[in-house]
Write a new protein. Structure first.
Length: 181
């Protein structure tokens, strides 16, 4: 009886161990583990100023910046005819402006995704630098340059640290976006 219990426990431990290894491997690559870049992929959705979703559903967090959270949608009210009552506000919040800038810059566009040393963060979200195929615009730096995010360099991902610092400095000097507040 003890032998059977030990064998079952050993098999169970092996299954857990191998499933852990499989999850760790999946979290650190996008299905192309040996590649350092993902040459041509379309941006399906923008979740926030620093997070995008690629075609195929891969979630990417942009390296080197910390953007404001995506604006929240307020509950819609309807009139007696079923039309949405829109509240008119004289200004857009910084979160809305940042989100709309990144959304107009990336949604539906073809991009090149480039990785650095660390491919995933503590939440198992893939970390990457993103470049627009059209014009080879460095998206991470452009968001910082326009002032729609704060600089957040986290070693070991320092490949473009100086470029990102320069873009952030420019936004601060020109008092753009978040840097104007």
């Amino acid at each position: 009886m003890k032998r059977i219990a030990i064998i079952v426990l050993g098999m169970f431990s092996s299954v857990l161990f191998y499933s852990f290894l499989a999850r760790a491997a999946e979290s650190n690559d996008l299905g192309f583990q040996s590649l350092k870049t993902y040459e041509e992929v379309q941006v399906k959705e923008v979740r926030s100023a620093d997070t995008i979703i690629l075609e195929g559903g891969k979630k990417i967090r942009l390296i080197g910046l910390l953007g404001p959270a995506a604006p929240t949608r307020e509950k819609q009210e309807f009139d007696k005819y079923g039309f949405v009552i829109e509240e008119i506000t004289p200004y857009d919040s910084m979160e809305e402006r940042a989100f709309h800038f990144v959304e107009s810059l990336l949604t539906g566009k073809m991009v090149r995704v480039e990785f650095d040393t660390q491919r995933a963060d503590e939440d198992f979200v893939t970390l990457a630098y993103v470049f627009l195929k059209e014009g080879n615009v460095f998206v991470n730096a452009e968001i910082l340059r326009q002032g729609y995010a704060n600089l957040q360099i986290r070693p070991p991902n320092i490949k473009y640290a100086e470029v990102l610092r320069d873009a952030y400095r420019e936004a601060r000097q020109e008092q753009r976006g978040l840097q104007a507040q």
